[in-house]
Design a protein. Structure first.
Length: 314
């Protein structure tokens, strides 16, 4: 990855590489923006690189030059989705594909690793990873320490890329996502579901981290930033927090690529992904469509129509 980035910058093919760098501790990584070939050594890639970096391409869409971005499988769907929405120009983006066998959840790993250590090497070990540090080896299984979203991963390798950094992952993709997390909530009564989501949304700080990290949130002016909002009616019995999350979920319907970034960045742990997956499941059931972004020319469910579309609402 470092060699690829260095070569791209030296040759002038790109003037920016967006990748991962070391964070403030062993279990954290941070987005880095490399503009000089000599800085390519700052790039890192390990099973703690959870960020979806594609969002940063929106900041480059009106700038001169070409930007390179590092993407995992789930992230790569967002590239296709932004191209379909004409938010980015494919010719102005160079995609560095990163094979991924699954991402570890820092919160589930914390406590097992000395925070003062530094990861020297990562080794895939059966069902998980060995993190090699100067103090020794730390082993984790995906079942015990993996990110929840990885249990339903459809793409361990990017669906679109210009160059692959390393050998493709041989971890099997999940072909039949049963949406068990969604169906578990659907089995509740209306009263139970209302109480569940009221309890979850009551913790919301309205920090907008979910919106700001979401690749599907690409409007030039967000409805939640308008001076005269009108998005919460005084006659409604919904709280502002509930209205915010429901409106946002419907605004990204048909464009959410199920990367889980909204839930990952939520500081209070609201299960936002299951809310978006409910809409994703319904779109699949109603229109027999794939997860958005799987292909460059995929269907845009809410941006087109067919005479065969179901009409239960009429």
């Amino acid at each position: 990855m470092r060699e690829i980035a260095r070569d791209l910058l030296e040759s002038g093919q790109v003037n920016l590489v967006i990748g991962y760098g070391r964070g403030t501790g062993i279990l954290r990584t941070t987005p880095v923006f490399i503009r000089k070939p000599s800085d390519a050594g700052q790039l890192v890639y390990n099973p703690l690189c959870g960020n979806n970096l594609v969002k940063y391409l929106l900041d480059q869409r009106n700038k001169e030059g070409r930007a390179a971005v590092c993407v995992k499988g789930c992230d790569s769907r967002a590239v296709n989705r932004l191209i379909q929405d004409r938010q980015i120009d494919r010719e102005k983006v160079y995609i560095i594909g990163l094979p991924c066998g699954g991402i570890l959840d820092p919160d589930r790993v914390e406590g097992a690793v000395d925070p003062g250590e530094e990861i020297k090497e990562t080794v895939i070990s059966g069902e998980g990873y060995d993190l090699i540090t100067a103090a020794g080896k730390y082993s984790f299984t995906m079942a015990g320490a993996g990110s929840e979203k990885c249990s339903t991963c459809q793409n361990h390798n990017p669906v679109v890329y210009d160059v692959m950094a390393g050998d493709p992952s041989d971890t099997p993709d999940i072909k039949d996502d049963g949406f068990d997390d969604v169906r578990k909530i659907e089995e509740m009564t209306v009263e139970q579901k209302s109480a569940y989501w009221d309890r979850q949304f009551s913790r919301c700080l309205r920090c907008y981290a979910c919106r700001n990290s979401c690749t599907a949130c690409s409007c030039r002016e967000c409805v939640f930033d308008q001076v005269n909002t009108g998005w919460v009616s005084r006659s409604s019995n919904l709280s502002e927090n509930t209205a915010f999350h429901l409106i946002r979920a419907f605004h990204v319907a048909g464009r959410c690529v199920d990367c889980g970034e909204c839930e990952r960045v939520c500081p209070v742990g609201i299960p936002l992904r299951v809310l978006n997956r409910k809409i994703l499941m319904d779109l699949k059931d109603l229109f027999n469509t794939a997860t958005p972004g799987l292909t460059p020319d995929g269907e845009r469910v809410l941006g087109q129509f067919s005479a065969d579309d179901p009409e239960e609402f009429m």
